[in-house]
Design a protein around this ligand. Structure first.
Ligand SMILES: [Zn+2]
Ligand SMILES: [Zn+2]
Length: 117
């Protein structure tokens, strides 16, 4: 585990983008994306997470409830599309709700599809 952490540190010192670092980490260690960010947090690298690049500030407020936003949601659900138009800051509660709704829609689509074909 210690080596994986220092690997994250090594990656951070390269000029690679966070997404490239993430991919490299997952490929090399076979660990999850969440682990990558957990290690970054441990190393105090958290502020370099791409979510904080949104608007250049971490003091974003939730798009729906005006609580403090803790994450950035990708509207088109494509995590690689980090254009500003595709991102909205959300608090954890609203984000969970959004995904619950999205999953329901997906499920209903699947259902109607299988019923009509
Ligand atoms: Zn909210
Ligand atoms: Zn989301």
């Amino acid at each position: 585990m210690y080596e994986d952490i220092s690997f994250v540190k090594e990656l951070a010192n390269t000029k690679r983008t966070i997404t490239e670092q993430e991919e490299e980490f997952i490929n090399k260690t076979r660990k999850s994306r969440a682990t990558f960010y957990r290690y970054r947090k441990k190393l105090g690298l958290r502020s370099k997470h791409k979510r904080f690049e949104y608007g250049g500030s971490i003091k974003e407020i939730c798009y729906f409830c005006l609580n403090k936003a803790t994450l950035i949601h990708h509207i088109n659900q494509n995590r690689k599309d980090n254009q500003k138009e595709n991102l909205i800051p959300l608090c954890k509660g609203c984000h969970t709700k959004i995904h619950r709704v999205l999953n329901t829609i997906k499920y209903q689509k699947m259902r109607t599809h299988s019923l009509t074909t």
